[in-house]
Write a protein that binds this ligand. Structure first.
Ligand code: SF4
Length: 470
């Protein structure tokens, strides 16, 4: 393949995509009115989890307001707007959609007024029975404003909230099936809930009198807070000016946190369920070097997510690590698509090989996953065009053979390269001199040896019934 004939490429198009990130804050003294500004910084740290729309719902202790729009956090909020918003409590959301179209009405948080006030909700995950529950509710007269399955949860809670939040949330959690990490805001409380399998992450933090909730702990660092612990699978946390109350009364299940969070989605400076993301990726690289070795001169990582595993591979193998590929970080969504005559060069605008480090060398290239196979093929072509003698591809995850039904944007199974091809066939199609993957057992080893993760997209065995098997 000659990359010169390829259209300008976007590396993220050949990755599984996380759908959302959530953040929440409540000041138990009700004195600090910086909750919106803090949420802004928290959402900034979570921007990698969704770039299509974002929003913040905030409360001054008496009313809940929502500001949201299409665009990045930096595009939707200005300093003046945030100062005007204020708030002693807030929740925030960054969104990339699969369920519900990409349009403003589906941006979150979404809110509903009920007899006693307002509830706003921000949700990361996918409900596998949302359509069924929605239809039942519509038959009962409920009118939905959005296409989003998050509104199903919101309406379930609003319907029975007069019997108390504790009961309403518990009943909603019993009615919905799927993956969810939810933060909710009322005039005077912040609530967090994680699905009974703990598929999507949610953690609890603190900064002085302010309690924090977030999809990832890196957002606590961004606001000067600290991680207390992960919200447990099935746990509901209610935070008011009286402090924290934890409820865990849903059915007990086997914890099945998404293993792809550790491989690719989460930021390397986050910690999830007591596992440091960077260290897990580095260990995966060490295991690859030990169990899938190769004779080579240089190890390099596909920017950016392949780099920690490449460092681990280099350390365990003794083969020096070098930067082999350089990514241009300044290409935004407004980048002008190349004209026909520019296409030959355009592929090098986004990513280029570092000739001085790869020419005349045998390279081990580490990437985190193969989805359609287009990225690996392009990176190998770039390295070979820059003079690499051999490129051996090592992947720090097992073969992705099945789609995800739990809040991750995945292609159809037929588009997953590993679903229909052997490793040898994939190696040939990608143009690698050899190709090896981490096995499922090796992935578990890299995550500390405890089998408590969803591996559905690798094994086809999911923690709960999927729309296909229901
Ligand atoms: S199927 Fe894959 S991407 Fe989806 S939750 Fe499970 S491990 Fe994560």
């Amino acid at each position: 393949m000659n990359v010169g004939n390829e259209v300008f490429f976007d590396l993220t198009k050949d990755k599984f995509r996380e759908e959302c990130g959530v953040f929440g804050i409540l000041d138990t003294s009700f004195q600090n009115s910086n909750a919106s500004l803090m949420s802004y910084y928290g959402l900034f740290a979570l921007q990698h989890r969704g770039q299509e729309s974002c929003g913040i719902a905030y409360s001054d202790g008496e009313t809940v307001e929502v500001k949201k729009d299409m665009g990045l956090v930096s595009e939707v909020f200005s300093r003046n707007v945030l100062d005007e918003m204020g708030g002693v409590a807030a929740i925030g959301h960054v969104r990339y959609s699969t369920k519900g179209d990409s349009k403003r009405i589906n941006a979150q948080p979404i809110s509903v007024n009920y007899k006693l006030g307002t509830i706003a909700v921000a949700h990361n995950g996918t409900l596998v029975n949302a359509d069924v529950v929605r239809e039942l509710m519509e038959d009962g007269g409920v009118i939905f404003q959005t296409d989003s399955d998050s509104e199903v949860i919101l309406n379930l809670i609003a319907r029975s909230v007069k019997r108390g939040f504790r009961t309403a949330i518990k009943e909603a959690m019993q009615a919905v099936k799927g993956s969810y990490a939810i933060v909710m805001l009322t005039e005077n409380s912040l609530i967090g809930a994680r699905d009974p399998y703990g598929i999507r992450p949610l953690c609890l933090g603190k900064k002085g009198d302010q309690y924090l909730l977030s999809s990832e702990s890196c957002a606590f660092d961004a606001v000067g807070g600290e991680l207390i612990r992960d919200v447990k699978p099935g746990e509901i946390i209610i935070i008011t000016k009286d402090g924290i109350e934890s409820i865990n009364e849903v059915e007990q299940t086997i914890t099945s946190t998404c293993s792809f969070e550790y491989i690719y989605f989460a930021r390397p400076d986050s910690q999830m369920d007591d596992i440091g993301i960077y260290k897990a990726r580095e260990r995966a690289g060490e295991i690859l070097a030990k169990n899938h070795p190769v004779d080579a001169d240089v190890v390099t990582g596909a920017p950016d997510s392949g780099i920690p595993a490449a460092v681990g591979f280099s350390r365990a193998s003794g083969i020096p690590y070098e930067i082999g590929l350089v990514k241009n970080r300044y290409i935004g969504r407004t980048f002008i698509s190349p004209t026909q005559e520019m296409r030959e060069h355009s592929v090098h605008v986004k990513m280029n090989a570092l000739r001085a480090n790869v020419e005349g060398k045998r390279i081990v290239l580490i990437d985190d996953s193969i989805v359609r196979g287009t990225t690996g093929k392009r990176l190998i072509t770039l390295l070979k065009e820059a003079g690499a003698l051999e490129v051996h591809l090592r992947i720090s995850s097992p073969k992705v053979q099945y789609p995800c039904y739990f809040g991750i944007d995945t292609p159809y199974r037929s588009d997953l390269m590993a679903s229909a091809s052997s490793t040898e066939e994939m190696s040939e199609m990608i143009g690698a001199d050899s190709l090896e993957f981490l096995t499922i057992d090796e992935l578990i080893e890299s995550l500390g040896g405890r089998d408590r993760f969803c591996m559905g997209c690798f094994s086809g065995v999911y923690p709960l019934s999927t729309p296909v098997s229901m």
